[in-house]
Design a protein around this ligand. Structure first.
Ligand code: FAD
Ligand code: DHB
Length: 389
């Protein structure tokens, strides 16, 4: 099979890019290792920036998002005693939308056949070839048969563990990494949220986040040491811990219920530079990871895809090769700012095992400063709603 862009990975990055290229008349194919059901079973991000909502709008795939998404004008930081509300709408004139990554993926998946976007699921042993040339290809096995897709470009949208980044020759790129000494234990339950706006809490006992998917479905997280086992966290134990960490006000409004999903995700900051090598462009988690504090992961994948779609469309529609050459620098400028914000918010809201009284005093002072300063709140709001693309 021959196409213009072979996209590896049918997560949000790969499907968004596929739809955007198709909409511009650029031929492409998406190649995914898992089944559609498996992709949809992964419970991940929940807060969308304007960039992500805007891409769905541009594709005309925002009907369900508009009908079911919850528009949020602010969120809260909690310091164990009080809620510090960040009025995002007041400071930026913008809002964020609560709509699960699963739902975005489902909308993109469902629309693919009608838009002529071919997605090959269940592709095993995906491998990239000749990325240094103008005629790269992707090989894989599907239903026991070997297949090859030749293309002009490959878009690596295959997440942190996919083969794309690893296909870049050693010594060409540079990795920056910070692994955190805790993970987030998340619970999804069909109960109403405890608060209409998200709460990120830094309590003496650790971090907690109260989030949601709808008026009847809640998502909560606490941080736990990486040695912690999910089996040791009964629903009852997790609800008790959430009630303590989120504080009395949220606890009083918290409805408990059986978990639909419960998992522990490690936290990591990671950037790979450059985001393009030869004919391979990396997008989303394939190139970078942010810790989830600040809800940037999915939105960063969307902004990469915005830049990649512009670059590839420019190349095919206007013979503009400079756009592809500029992709990595354009995307990385935004990536590093989002890495900074996610790292800053992670440091502010979590207890690190090596922290002493001084570090704790700094957190208290910073939260107190944020509570009293419009300038500090405006800066947080500007980053939370998403920096311009
Ligand atoms: P992915 O969603 O990882 O998609 C990559 C796709 O590539 C997958 O479908 C995968 O199956 C496919 N793939 C992988 N290997 C191959 C292969 N060999 N061949 C073909 N296809 C392949 N962000 C937040 O903002 N909030 C959160 O709460 C949050 N929770 C998270 C929890 C977990 C466990 C993880 C891993 C991430 C979480 N994130 C969260 C981050 C956010 O979900 C990601 O940033 C987002 O999914 C990035 O989208 P993507 O399309 O780049 O990558
Ligand atoms: C959710 C996840 C996040 O990482 C975050 O910062 C906010 C909300 C969520 O899953 O709802």
């Amino acid at each position: 099979m021959d196409t213009r862009v072979a996209i590896i990975g049918a997560g949000p990055a790969g499907l968004l890019l596929g739809h955007l290229l198709k909409a511009e008349g650029v031929d492409c194919v998406v190649i995914e290792r898992q089944t559609p059901d498996y992709v949809l079973s992964r419970i991940r991000a929940g807060v969308l920036e304007q960039i992500t909502v805007g891409l769905m709008e541009r594709l005309g795939l925002d009907a369900r998002l508009k009908a079911e998404g919850l528009v949020e004008e602010g969120f809260n930081l909690a310091d164990g005693e009080r809620l510090i509300r960040i009025d995002v709408a007041k400071f930026t004139g913008k809002t964020v939308t609560v709509y699960g990554q699963t739902e975005i993926t489902r909308d993109l998946m469902d629309a693919a056949p009608a838009r002529g976007l071919e997605v090959i699921y269940g592709a095993e042993d995906v491998a990239l070839h000749d990325i240094d040339s103008d005629a790269p290809s992707v090989t894989f096995r599907k239903d026991g048969r070997e297949a090859r897709v030749t293309a002009r470009f490959i878009a690596g949208c295959d997440g942190f563990h996919g083969p794309s980044r690893k296909a870049i020759p050693a010594g060409v790129g540079r990795e920056y990494e910070r692994v955190y000494p805790f993970g987030w234990l998340g619970i999804l339950a069909d109960v109403p949220p405890c608060n209409p706006e998200l709460i990120y809490a830094n309590h003496e006992r650790g971090f907690a986040l109260a989030s949601m998917r709808s008026h009847t479905r809640s998502r909560y997280y606490i941080d736990v040491p990486l040695t912690e086992k999910i089996e040791d966290w009964s629903d009852a134990r997790l609800w008790d811990e959430l009630a303590v960490r989120l504080g009395p006000e949220a606890a009083a409004n918290m409805t408990r219920g059986p978990s639909i999903e419960k998992s522990i995700a490690p936290l990591r900051s990671y950037v790979f530079e450059p985001m393009r090598h030869g004919s391979l462009l990396l997008c989303g988690d394939a190139a970078h990871i942010v810790p989830p504090t600040g809800a940037k992961g999915l939105n960063l994948a969307a902004s990469d895809v915005h830049y990649a779609a512009e670059a590839l469309t420019g190349c095919f529609r206007r013979s503009d090769n400079d756009a592809v050459a500029a992709y990595s620098a354009r995307a990385l400028a935004r990536v590093w700012k989002c890495e900074r914000f996610s790292w800053t918010l992670t440091k502010l809201m979590h207890r690190f095992p090596d922290d002493g009284p001084f570090e704790r005093a700094m957190q208290v002072a910073e939260l107190d400063y944020i509570a009293s300063s419009d300038a500090a709140q405006a800066s947080i709001a500007e980053n939370y709603v998403g920096l311009p693309v």
